[in-house]
Design a protein around this ligand. Sequence first.
Ligand SMILES: NC(=O)c1ccc[n+]([C@@H]2O[C@H](COP(=O)([O-])OP(=O)(O)OC[C@H]3O[C@@H](n4cnc5c(N)ncnc54)[C@H](O)[C@@H]3O)[C@@H](O)[C@H]2O)c1
Length: 313
Amino acid sequence: MNINDIKHVMVVGAGTMGHSIAQVYAQSGYDVDLVDLKQELLDKAKNKIKFNLSLLAEYQRVPSKEIPSIINRINLSTDLEIIAKKADYVVEAVSEDRNIKREVYSQLDEFCSHKIIFASNTSELNIFNIVDVSNPERLVIQHWFRPPHIIPLVEIVAGKKTSPEIIDLSRNILKKLGKTPIVLKKFTNAFIVNKIQQAINSAVFGLLLKGIATPEEIDLAVKTSFSLRLPVVGVVQNLDFVGLDVISDVLKNMGLELSIIKDKVDQGHYGVKTSKGLFDYSGRSEEQILRKKDEKYLEILKFLEKLDVFEPV
Ligand SMILES: NC(=O)c1ccc[n+]([C@@H]2O[C@H](COP(=O)([O-])OP(=O)(O)OC[C@H]3O[C@@H](n4cnc5c(N)ncnc54)[C@H](O)[C@@H]3O)[C@@H](O)[C@H]2O)c1
């Protein structure tokens, strides 16, 4: 299947995620059929889309004059069978319930052309083991983040049978929508971001349980430290700024060894201070790199202070 063959996108499930994903496709010129069980759910979804678009227009993310045509490109329907028959591409965003997913895929498999992509927005289900579709090579996970019309990332996860062409097509169509697709090398529970969020949540629960700090103090600690660094150095490059030799010692103290860190340290690649670490800084002085980073930190700090985000919302 070629990306140019995709004209009619069917989004099944018009809830928190589906309505906004449908909107993103319509913003890029696709004709979208948004399907849910009841008309009242679809009407609610359409109202949310109108609200989203007017907010985006306020922030110059969508020209106001385009809003009516974007909305016109979204057709609402409760008739999955009729819509499935004319769909060129399906995004599944129904409830995270394996029985509901199974039932929906069985209907999609029955009514859709056997060539088209089934892109599941599941957050945590191994959809590849749960549902049964003919041509499983066209089944892929495209995991969006709330709210889809604002957050750039979409994680793409392939099953053992997903074809490389479908992964490429997924990446290309998401780029066309202006999104930032990342293809995972293989399936893992919770994918990348939710796995990291789960680790954070588990630490937060521990701190709260042990009464180490109040909720306000924990958030203030995070907002005035790593949340400021995060947009600039992420969670991996940050290790290069700490120094991989230091990280290696920390790991040793915890009784751990991570070959990717140990190998770098053994080769004398400690991060920014040696010009190579997990990332390559060759050709730039340490001072240049630190300056580039710190300038961005200062810009972010200025912006966050202006927004007054250090107090709870
Ligand atoms: N909420 C999030 O932050 C988030 C983030 C990423 C991914 N997801 C995933 O996206 C999917 C949808 O989540 P959500 O938060 O939008 O859920 P939601 O409950 O808000 O919406 C699900 C919608 O699916 C509809 N639905 C159920 N069965 C249906 C059927 N047979 N045919 C058509 N529509 C049907 C429901 O009526 C409902 O409107 C889930 O797989 C979830 O894990 C959610």
